[in-house]
Design a protein around this ligand. Structure first.
Ligand code: SAM
Length: 168
């Protein structure tokens, strides 16, 4: 279920493409944080692949949608900005399918004024590894925001090609 106003991973394709990448990974025994979980799809996949998952979103509608979708999975869904909901905790892997557009926030699902910049500064104090999805035609935005992670996978979609970037 994707509630109204929550990022739809099928409509936007990036969610489904990133999910297909995560399906090939093994998170057994790892603590995994998914930042900006939306409807909870990526958190669900990471959990199915063995991860102990915490999923967060700044948008209460998204967090409530994820909570409903993830009943019985053991995934811990929390509401809050960036790393506020996991203050003081450490994770093995951080998964992010971020808002791709920077600038003044219209809808936080697609546009965020500074989430990428803040992520680039803070992520390594929260996780050992970052897995971030971003359209390959907009790598400059990612780099300009300070995230210089190597590209590890290119996934073609009917819309834009999605890159998966991984940094340790
Ligand atoms: C592109 S959507 C991805 C949703 C989901 N992970 C997926 O792939 O289907 C980005 C998500 O990040 C959330 N978000 C935006 N800014 C955030 C912030 N500062 N802290 C936490 N989550 C944020 C949005 O509410 C949205 O659900």
């Amino acid at each position: 279920m994707v509630d109204r106003g929550v990022f739809d991973p099928v409509e936007h394709l990036s969610g489904m493409a990133f999910a297909s990448h995560l399906l090939d990974l093994d998170f057994s025994g790892q603590r995994v944080l998914e930042l900006g979980t939306g409807c909870g799809l990526l958190a669900f996949v990471a959990s199915r692949r063995g991860g102990h998952v915490v999923a967060t979103d700044v948008d209460p509608r998204a967090a409530e949608c994820a909570i409903g979708n993830l009943v019985g999975t053991g995934i811990d869904v929390r509401i809050g900005d960036l790393f506020d909901p996991v203050n003081g905790e450490m994770f093995d892997t951080l998964i992010v399918n971020p808002p791709y557009e920077v600038g003044r926030a219209r809808r936080p699902t697609l546009r965020s004024p500074d989430v990428l910049e803040r992520l680039s500064i803070e992520w390594s104090s929260v996780a050992k590894e970052l897995l971030i999805a971003f359209p390959t035609d907009s790598i400059d935005i990612l780099r300009d925001c300070g995230i210089d992670a190597p590209l590890v996978n290119r996934i073609g979609t009917q819309a834009r090609e999605l890159g998966v970037f991984r940094q340790r």
